[in-house]
Design a protein around this ligand. Structure first.
Ligand code: RIB
Ligand code: CA
Length: 319
């Protein structure tokens, strides 16, 4: 009997990413899930510079045995600001925790923004989901250069922002939005159906010893890598927050695509602060509907963390 998940039409997605250990887990979850068809990966500068994020993306595909996934390099810097990186969280390579072989699969010659534009123009309107899990520079550049593609995007499911959880890189701003607030403003105002997975959700999806040991217990190279990455990745957040584990941010976007029932949220207006002396990069979510501004995003707030880690572990076991 064909597994139920195989019978449905796979959702076509493009992941825009700055790997990053948590980005790596998101990419692996997508590759392990037959409900998803990953058309390509577009790398952007963020956690570490672009030459490392595109290299890391290729290493992750090879770890999953998926040299067929095209990886494209995109923006090396935000639209109009200096790049801010996060080696203090992710390590010098962006994938510290386990040494993986240098990638041998080629980087695609085309620029990531050209891939986004050409793919959205080629595929049927509404058939593609964009999954940005880093700064939004590539997505904003594509929308600016080719406004005709905006209406062709099915939906965007992004990791970024914060409201009740406040910021993680400044008191007001989450990293992905903070790095390129002008890009985020373009994406949030584009009118594309938008699901936002903020720190309000990811800070409820914490790694724990038992959850990491469940990855290690898979006894596979993928399980070993994910356990080593989360062991490394969590040290910063545990020291900062005094928590038992670290938020596994980016895989929450893929989990939302697979099991939206594991999440709660509200359709509200979300605007991006781009010029606040103290609040630049803040996602100003009108959770209580006081602004009169039209809702433009499904802003998530809750997650069934136990079910999320169960899904993640079960899927990673398939790689
Ligand atoms: O703030 C968390 C986000 O910033 C995640 O996407 C993480 O990978 C970093 O890019
Ligand atoms: Ca990321």
């Amino acid at each position: 009997m064909v597994r139920a998940e195989k019978m449905m039409r796979a959702e076509k997605i493009i992941i825009d990413t700055d790997p990053g250990q948590d980005d790596a887990v998101a990419i692996l979850l997508a590759l392990a899930s037959p409900e998803i068809e990953l058309l390509g990966i577009t790398a952007v500068a963020g956690n570490v510079p672009l030459d490392l994020t595109e290299r890391n993306a290729r290493m992750i595909c090879e770890l999953a045995g998926r040299r067929d996934i095209p990886v494209f390099a995109g923006a090396a810097a935000p639209l109009s600001r200096k790049l801010v990186t996060a080696e203090y969280v992710h390590g010098k390579t962006g994938l510290d925790g386990i040494a993986l072989p240098e990638p041998t699969m080629p980087l695609q010659a085309a620029h990531a923004v050209d891939f986004l534009i050409e793919t959205l123009r080629r595929e049927p309107p509404g058939s593609i989901t964009l999954v940005p899990i880093g700064p939004l520079t590539n997505i904003a550049s594509a929308f600016t250069r080719a406004p005709d593609i905006v209406a062709r995007v099915g939906r965007i499911v992004l990791m970024g922002g914060a409201y009740f959880e406040v910021g993680n890189v400044t008191p007001a701003a989450e990293f992905n939005i903070y790095v390129d607030p002008e890009a985020a403003e373009i994406v949030f105002r584009a009118g594309v159906p938008l699901v936002v997975v903020p720190l309000d959700v990811t800070h409820k999806a914490l790694t724990t010893r038992s959850r990491i040991e469940a990855f290690r217990a898979l006894g596979t190279p993928v399980g070993a890598a994910v356990a080593s990455w989360t062991d490394f990745f969590e040290r910063f957040d545990m020291a900062k927050y005094g928590s038992e584990g670290a938020p596994l941010h980016d895989p929450c976007t893929i989990a939302y695509i697979l099991r939206p029932d594991l999440f709660t949220g509200r359709h509200v207006n979300v605007e991006i602060e781009t010029s606040g002396r103290l609040t630049t990069g803040m996602t100003v979510a009108d959770w209580w509907g006081v602004s009169g501004r039209a809702p433009n995003a499904t802003f998530l707030g809750g997650i069934d963390a136990g079910a999320f880690y169960g899904l993640l572990t079960e899927r990673l076991a398939r790689l």
